[in-house]
Design a protein. Structure first.
Length: 408
């Protein structure tokens, strides 16, 4: 029985994820073709939803004000969402247009974005060509808007940027998050873009055209994944702009990390439940991007949960029947070792390829490749617990203040 299950899991893994090995090769050796475009300065609305972010929002707004993009072609809007601190006052002092929202029933970034877009449309009309979304703890590279505009001029209607980290070297938790995002940048979104497939939004640092997304109807616990999957199901291609760099703060507390990843796991479940039928339909219609997104959300959730549940049930059965557990434990240990080595190599390869973009000491770059598999493994019990937990959206506390990318 153990051998049959192990064989089935290997076959399923190969069917769902072996193509990502090709993604790695394409990312390493592929080159983007230069596209002809006519430069035009489009009018952008910069959207920020913030909940009690008085510590960090000033840094973001300063980095927006430093953009090399002409100031007359963009305007910043902040939704102070259920705040009881000075977020709104600081944002106003930095020149942003500020709205406030207090709603204890409809909580989360998705609802805040929806409200912000409605207010902008009501008060400013249809004057913006596209919208850019950021989290309050971000800071932008000085040419972020300029690079996004170039990609927009090339005809891309939804664009994901490059998510880097403000605090990679804080500890093994922030480094784990950072490596996870850097891998998505380099070996998923970059490869997809080179192949003409749809990339995925990573929560912040993205653009969408006003005609492509007229409202924001995404309210699951992972609104970015829902947005991505919905657009892929609509046969929209999300582009990727490697030169549009945004720096994001990663959690450093394990408890805080558990809460955040529990929300993500529950959000993945919501997206799987809501969109799996449409994704399968898209696959049957020949959309590889639908297959890619389905395997992506399953890899973040399904197989790990199934494997852990099987291991628990199998060990319980062997204990109850007083059977020999040596073969089972040996097979389990071998599987864990292989999984560790696989994730270590992924973390190592990501570290090597993104070496110059990782802002920390050399020793941190090396040692956190060894803790990266442990960070990823800690996701598994969280994902299992999400099956039964009642999860609600909770804000993540941000404290890392950096005034400029050169300070990283």
């Amino acid at each position: 029985m153990l051998g049959i299950f192990d064989c089935m899991m290997k076959v399923l893994f190969l069917l769902l994820f072996s193509y990502q090995g090709l993604y790695i090769l394409i990312s390493l050796f592929g080159k983007e073709k230069e596209k002809d475009y006519e430069l035009k300065y489009h009018d952008f609305a910069v959207l920020i939803c913030a909940r009690n972010e008085e510590t960090v929002i000033g840094d973001l707004l300063e980095s927006i004000d430093r953009q090399t993009y002409p100031k007359k072609h963009y305007r910043t809007f902040v939704m102070a969402d259920n705040c009881d601190d000075s977020t709104a006052e600081i944002a106003k002092g930095c020149g942003a247009v500020v709205y406030t929202r207090n709603d204890d029933e409809y909580v989360g970034k998705g609802y805040a974005l929806e409200s912000l877009l409605r207010n902008i449309k009501k008060d400013h009309g249809d004057v913006f060509d596209a919208f850019l979304v950021f989290d309050a703890d971000n800071i932008l590279k000085d040419d972020y808007l300029e690079q996004m505009n170039i990609s927009y001029c090339q005809g891309n209607k939804i664009i994901a940027g490059y998510i880097n980290s403000k605090n990679y070297g804080s500890n093994w938790i922030s480094a784990g998050y950072s490596l996870y995002l850097l891998r998505k940048n380099r070996f998923l979104n970059n490869a997809r873009h080179l192949l003409g497939l749809s990339s995925a939004i990573n929560g912040t640092g993205f653009l969408f055209d006003k005609e492509t997304v007229k409202e924001w109807p995404y309210h699951t616990l992972t609104e970015d994944i829902e947005f991505t999957v919905d657009q892929v199901c609509r046969h929209q291609t999300i582009a990727y702009c490697d030169k549009a760099i945004v720096y994001d703060e990663q959690p450093t507390s394990f408890v805080q990390s558990v809460y955040q990843r529990l929300r993500w796991s529950k959000g993945y479940l919501e997206v799987i439940w809501k969109y799996s039928t449409r994704l399968v339909k898209g696959i049957c219609e020949g959309s590889f991007s639908c297959f890619d997104m389905l395997s992506t959300i399953l890899s973040a959730y399904g197989l790990s949960v199934v494997s852990l549940i099987f291991d628990i049930l199998m060990s319980s059965y062997l204990i109850v029947t007083k059977s020999d557990m040596i073969p089972f434990l040996s097979n389990l240990l071998e599987g864990l070792l292989k999984a560790y080595l696989c994730m270590y190599l992924i973390g190592l390869l990501t570290t090597i390829t993104e070496w110059k973009r990782i802002n920390t000491r050399l020793l941190n770059k090396i040692r956190y490749t060894f803790t990266f598999p442990l960070f990823m493994a800690s996701y598994i019990p969280i994902a299992v617990y999400a099956l039964f937990a009642d999860v609600s959206w909770k804000p993540i506390r941000h404290t890392v203040t950096i005034t400029h990318e050169n300070s990283l």
